[in-house]
Design a protein around this ligand. Structure first.
Ligand code: PBG
Length: 321
């Protein structure tokens, strides 16, 4: 009888040795916490399809940000839900709009927290599309002007970083230009460069009230089977001046995160989206899965190559790290 000389189990014998040879670590430094702000006062409404996630009024958002900062979470990303929506999404670039007021309130009440804003039209337009509609289609170049105004308005309100999520061609350049022209050359752009047309955004659209009134987003978001296109999108956004490249969703696209990490020398962010959150939460609530699946999911995103993870689990995982 022959015995194995090489035994993988030697280095798995106890938690200390496992800790010593662990190849990937999840740190609170990696986390970005998404938040949904509404205009009404005194609101903390749980999103039915996202247990533990709330639409909050500015006062509650500020409390949440103070808590996040205490937990060591370095950044939040804000999504605004305006009372008034119209064809041109005018609340998106209103200097007194919901996001603009929220940024100021957070900045007044926190010290180091990085306030990142999602730059997109879908929460602000009456039709729910990510841009301006002309002849029944989202008009790319017309939309760029509005996205630029929105990003500028966020920067003026004190945002530390802007994150365009609309998937229009040329938006990073348009935003970089307007920010630089107005002296905001130090504000980084985290581009949702590789954003797939995913069914995993369903719960977010409940939370952000941004479901398109007609059609879908497949003429601007990417087709899930594509890989080379992801590299091209990332390359273009980098040429236009993006500082951080995001892949979204995360778990069904771990291969893409790895590709982006291996091909470009910039920080990579991954968005652990609403559907990824909801499916784990639902199974945990039912007792079908142990909550350890949360850490395992997030570490897989790290292992795939993400430097930053946008996740609704940010607070609960930060408490456990
Ligand atoms: C806005 C936007 C979306 C998400 C982030 N920014 C929704 C969409 O494109 O429909 C999704 C985030 C999530 O599902 O958690 N365009």
């Amino acid at each position: 009888m022959s015995f194995p000389t090489i035994r993988g189990r030697r280095l798995r014998r106890n938690e200390t040795i496992r800790r010593m040879i662990r190849e990937t670590n999840l740190s609170v430094d990696d986390l970005i916490y998404p938040l949904f702000v509404v205009e009404e006062e005194n609101v903390k409404n749980e999103v039915p399809s996202m247990p533990g996630v709330f639409q909050m009024s500015i006062d509650n958002i500020v409390k949440e940000c103070i808590e996040a900062e205490k937990l060591g979470i370095p950044g939040v990303i804000l999504f605004g839900i305006p009372e008034h929506k119209d064809e041109l999404g005018s609340e998106a670039y209103n200097d007194e709009g919901i996001i603009q007021r929220t940024i100021k309130a957070i900045k007044e009440n926190t010290k180091t927290l990085q306030v990142i804003t999602d730059v997109c039209m879908c929460e602000y337009t009456s039709h729910g599309h990510c841009g301006i509609i002309k002849d029944g289609d989202v008009d790319n170049d017309e939309t760029l002007k509005y996205l630029a105004l929105e990003a500028l308005s966020h920067a003026k309100a004190g945002a530390d970083m802007v994150a365009p999520s609309d998937m229009m061609d040329g938006r990073v350049a348009a935003i970089r230009d307007i920010l630089d022209e107005n002296g905001f050359y130090n504000i980084p752009i985290m581009s949702y460069a590789v954003k797939y047309a995913s069914a995993f955004y369903g719960p977010f659209r409940d939370a952000a009230e941004s479901t398109p009134a007609f059609g879908d987003r497949r003429t601007y978001q990417m087709d899930p089977p594509n890989r080379l296109e992801a590299l091209r999108e990332a390359e273009l956004d980098l040429m236009e001046g993006a500082d951080i490249i995001m892949v979204k969703p995360a778990l069904p696209y771990l291969d893409i995160i790895r590709e982006i990490k291996d091909n470009f020398n910039v920080p990579v962010a991954a968005y652990n989206v609403s559907g990824e959150y909801s499916m784990l939460k639902a199974a945990i609530e039912k007792g079908w899965l142990d909550e350890k699946v949360i850490y395992e999911s997030l570490i897989s995103i790290k292992r795939a190559g993400a430097d930053l993870i946008l996740t609704y689990f940010a607070k609960e995982i930060a408490m456990r790290l």
